[in-house]
Write a protein that binds this ligand. Structure first.
Ligand code: ADP
Ligand code: SF4
Length: 670
C-alpha cells in the first residue's frame, strides 16, 4: 500500500461499535427493496468483500404510511421483515464490515400508492409525488405513534443484526420536513423556533438510543443545506445551528446537501469530485462525533486529504462503491490504478428512478450478484485455449476484449481509427462529459496488464480479413451511427433532410454556420450537450423537441432540471412539443405536435439528434459463420451502460448455457 493512504485504513469507533477502516458505503437505493431481499443481500455482501468497512442499506420504511411504491424500498413494518434483512446484515458481517440500516419515513414525500394510507407530515401539504393527494397534519397522538414506529423499527433492526441504526433527516423526508420552516408552519411545540422544529429529531435520536443504543450506534443523516438560502435549512445558518444543538446526541453524523436527491448525487456534468465539501466542512468543528459525507470520491489521494484536513472521519461513497465495490481493497493492495472510477453519469440513479434493479455504466456486474452470480473481480476461466478477434474498440469492444482475456482467451482487438474508445472518446469532448472517458481509460489500463491481448489501432477489418485470420471466436463491436432520416422516439416517419448534419458529422469537424436548429428526438444527453457546445462556441441555437422539456429522459438521471437551466442561461431557445418536418435553405419548418401548426425557424445548420442505426456491415457479410457474435451498439444502439453490459454478458457467458436470470419468487405450494 502507498503509505500516504494508510490513514484510510485506521479503525474508527462509532459509539458502541468500531468500523475496521474509513471506507463507508453510505445508504443508496438498489431498486431491489423488500421484494428482492436476496439480490439486496448479495449486492451489499460484495461491497463488504471489497473492503468497505461500513455497508448500509437503502431507505427502510418504518411504517405503511411511508410507502415509496413503485420504487423499491425496504420495510421493517413487522417482525416478518426481520429475517430477510438479517440476510443482508449477515452478508455484510461475513466480511468483517459493520452493517447500517437507514430507517426512513418519507412524510409528504411518500406516495403510499401501494398501502393507500393517507400520508403524514408536519402540516397539510400536497403530496410531492405530483399526485392529486394531500398529506394530513400530524397531531400529538400521531407524533407519539410515529415515535413508537421508529423505536419498534430500531428494535427489529437490532434483532436483524444491524450495527448502525439511522435517524434519517435528509432529502426532504419527514423529520426534515419538521425541521425546515419551508414545510413546517405549526403553532405547537413542534413548530416555530428552530428548537421546536428540531424537537422531533431530538426525540427520535433519544428514542432510538433508548431502544438499541446499548449495542447499536445511532447515526443521523442530515441535510445541512437544502439549497434554498436562509428561507430553509442552510449551512451558514440553521443547518449549523441544528448540528450544534444535537451535536453529541448521535454516535455519527452523516451529512449532505438536499432539497432533492439530484442535488446530493449530482452528475459529473454538474459537479466536481468533492463538491459537497463547501457545505459540510464545518461539521467536524461543531461535534466530537465522527462525520461522514459524500462527494463521488475516486482518488485515494483526495480521500486521504479529506481525512488529514479534518473534513470527515470516513470516506462516504455510494456511486464510487457501485462502480467499484473493490475500491478499498485495491487501495490497500497498492493497486489504486485499477480502481474502476465512477464516471458520474447517474445511470445508477436512473435504475432506481425507473423502478428496476441497480445498474452501472462502469460495472456491468452491479445488480447481477444474486440473479446471475456475477462477481466484479472473479470470472470463470474459459475451458480451452482459444483465440478471439474483437472488432471495434468502443466501450463494447474494449469490455469484450477485457472480459475474454480475463477468461484466458488469446484476444486480438482491431480498431479502424487511430484512437481507441469509439463513442466515449467523442462524447467525452462535449461540455461536462470528460469523465465519460474513464470508460475507455480503465479498460485500456486493465488490458495493458494482460499478456494475452494484442491491440491494433488503424486496422479496419473487412470480411475477407476475418475469414483469413480465422479465429475461434469473432465478436463484432462495430458500433452505430446517427440517422439522417429524422426517425426518432416520437416522430417515427422517415423524412428527407439532404442538408442536415448529425452528431457524427459534428464530431468529424463539419462546418456549423448561421442560426443552428437541433432536433432532439432522442431525449438523453446528446441533444442538450450539443446545444450547450454550439451555444458556447457563439452560435444562436434553437433546440426543438417533441417532448414537453429538453433532455426528457434525463429526469431519470436527475439531470433534466440542471440541463434545462444551463441551456436557458446560455440563451438557447427551446421549442418543446414540436418536430421538424422539412429543411429549406435558411430555414427549418417546425410543427406543433398538438395543433399541427407550422412555424419557420431561421436555420443555416440543422442537426438531427434522433435514432441510431447499427454499423452491422460485417455481421451481414459473415452471417452463418460459427462463433460469430455482435455486441453493444452494433447489436442494438443504446446507452454506454448497455453497450458495456452486452459485451460483458457475451464474454462471460461464452461457452456457458444462457439461462434466464434468477428471479425472487414467493414459495409456491401445490
Ligand atoms: P459501442 O458503443 O458498441 O462500443 P462504438 O461506436 O463506441 O460502439 O465503437 C465502435 C468502434 O468500432 C468504433 O471505434 C469504430 O471505429 C470501430 N469499427 C467499426 N467498424 C470497424 C471495422 N470494420 N474494423 C475495425 N473497427 C471498426
Ligand atoms: Fe458512477 Fe455512472 Fe456507475 Fe452511477 S452508473 S456508479 S454514476 S459510473
Amino acid at each position: 500500500m502507498d503509505p500516504r493512504h494508510a490513514i484510510l485504513f485506521d479503525p474508527v469507533r462509532i459509539g458502541p461499535v468500531t468500523a475496521p477502516n474509513r471506507f463507508y458505503q453510505t445508504p443508496h437505493a438498489t431498486g431491489f427493496g423488500w421484494q428482492r431481499p436476496q439480490s439486496g443481500a448479495a449486492l451489499r455482501g460484495i461491497k463488504a468483500e471489497g473492503g468497505w468497512g461500513v455497508v448500509c442499506t437503502e431507505y427502510c420504511s418504518i411504517h405503511p404510511s411511508s410507502d415509496d411504491s413503485p420504487y423499491a424500498f425496504l420495510t421493517l413494518w413487522d417482525d416478518d421483515d426481520i429475517a430477510p434483512l438479517a440476510a443482508t446484515a449477515e452478508a455484510i458481517h461475513a466480511h468483517g464490515a459493520l452493517a447500517g440500516v437507514e430507517l426512513w419515513h418519507g412524510g409528504f414525500h411518500a406516495s403510499n400508492r401501494m398501502t393507500r394510507v393517507p400520508g403524514l407530515g408536519p402540516q397539510v401539504q400536497p403530496s410531492m409525488f405530483h399526485l392529486p393527494a394531500t398529506t394530513r397534519a400530524m397531531d400529538l397522538a400521531d407524533i407519539r405513534a410515529f415515535r413508537d414506529w421508529q423505536r419498534d423499527a430500531a428494535r427489529r433492526a437490532k434483532q436483524a443484526g444491524f450495527d448502525i441504526v439511522y435517524v434519517y433527516a435528509g432529502h426532504d423526508y419527514l423529520p426534515f420536513q419538521f425541521l425546515s420552516r419551508r414545510t413546517n408552519t405549526r403553532g405547537d411545540a413542534y413548530g416555530g423556533s428552530l428548537e421546536n422544529r428540531a424537537r422531533l429529531l431530538r426525540e427520535m435520536l433519544e428514542d432510538t438510543r433508548d431502544a438499541v443504543g446499548d449495542t447499536c450506534a445511532v447515526a443521523i443523516r442530515l441535510a445541512v443545506d437544502e439549497l434554498h438560502g436562509p428561507q430553509g435549512i442552510c449551512a451558514e445558518a440553521e443547518g449549523r445551528d441544528v448540528v450544534a444543538m444535537l451535536a453529541e446526541l448521535p454516535d455519527l453524523w452523516d451529512v449532505n446537501i438536499a432539497g432533492a436527491l439530484g442535488n446530493d448525487s449530482k452528475s459529473a456534468r454538474f459537479s466536481a469530485e468533492g463538491y459537497q465539501e463547501d457545505y459540510i466542512h464545518w461539521v467536524k468543528g461543531v461535534t466530537t462525533k465522527p462525520v461522514v459525507s459524500v462527494g463521488r470520491f475516486t482518488s485515494p489521494d483526495r480521500m486521504a486529504e479529506q481525512i488529514r484536513k479534518g473534513v470527515q472521519d470516513f470516506i462516504g461513497a455510494a456511486r464510487p462503491s457501485i462502480a467499484d465495490p473493490f475500491l478499498p481493497e485495491k487501495i490497500r493492495q497498492g493497486r489504486a490504478d485499477e480502481i474502476r472510477e465512477c464516471i458520474g453519469c447517474n445511470i445508477c440513479r436512473a435504475a432506481n428512478n425507473e423502478a428496476v434493479g441497480l445498474r452501472c455504466t462502469q460495472n456491468p456486474t452491479m445488480g447481477e450478484e444474486w440473479r446471475r452470480g456475477w462477481h466484479p473481480e472473479r470470472i470463470a476461466a474459459y475451458p480451452r485455449r482459444e483465440t478471439a478477434l474483437v472488432v471495434g474498440a468502443g466501450p463494447a469492444g474494449l469490455e469484450a476484449a477485457l472480459t475474454l482475456a480475463r477468461r484466458g482467451l488469446e484476444v486480438t482487438l482491431a480498431e479502424a481509427s487511430r484512437s481507441l474508445g469509439g463513442r466515449v472518446s467523442r462524447e467525452a469532448t462535449l461540455p461536462g462529459l470528460a469523465t465519460w472517458g474513464r470508460v475507455r481509460d480503465w479498460r485500456l489500463t486493465m488490458l495493458g496488464k494482460l499478456p494475452n491481448v494484442q491491440i491494433y489501432p488503424e486496422s479496419r477489418m473487412e470480411p475477407g480479413d476475418i475469414i483469413d485470420l480465422n479465429p475461434d471466436h469473432v465478436v463484432l463491436a462495430t458500433g452505430a451511427h446517427w440517422r439522417r432520416d429524422g426517425v426518432g422516439v416520437v416522430d417515427i416517419a422517415p423524412r428527407s433532410f439532404p442538408m442536415a448534419l448529425t452528431p457524427d458529422d459534428i464530431f468529424a469537424g463539419a462546418k456549423v454556420s448561421g442560426p443552428v436548429v437541433i432536433l432532439d428526438d432522442e431525449h438523453y444527453a446528446m441533444g442538450g450537450a450539443l446545444a450547450e457546445k454550439l451555444a458556447r462556441e457563439g452560435h444562436k441555437v434553437t433546440l426543438v423537441t417533441p417532448y414537453p422539456q429538453v433532455s426528457g429522459w434525463a429526469v431519470y438521471t436527475d439531470e433534466q432540471g440542471f440541463i434545462q437551466e444551463r441551456l436557458m442561461a446560455l440563451g438557447v431557445a427551446i421549442l418543446p412539443q414540436h418536430g421538424i418536418g422539412a429543411q429549406a435553405p435558411g430555414r427549418a419548418r417546425a410543427t406543433c405536435l398538438t395543433t399541427g401548426q407550422a412555424v419557420d425557424l431561421p436555420c443555416e445548420t440543422l442537426v438531427l439528434v434522433t435514432g441510431r442505426l447499427p454499423d452491422d456491415r460485417l455481421w451481414q457479410a459473415l452471417q452463418g459463420r460459427p462463433n460469430l457474435a455482435r455486441v453493444g451498439d452494433c447489436l442494438a444502439p443504446s446507452s454506454i451502460a448497455d453497450a458495456v453490459y452486452s459485451a460483458h454478458r457475451h464474454a462471460r457467458l461464452l461457452g456457458e448455457p444462457d439461462h434466464p436470470p434468477r428471479r425472487e419468487r414467493p414459495p409456491h405450494k401445490g
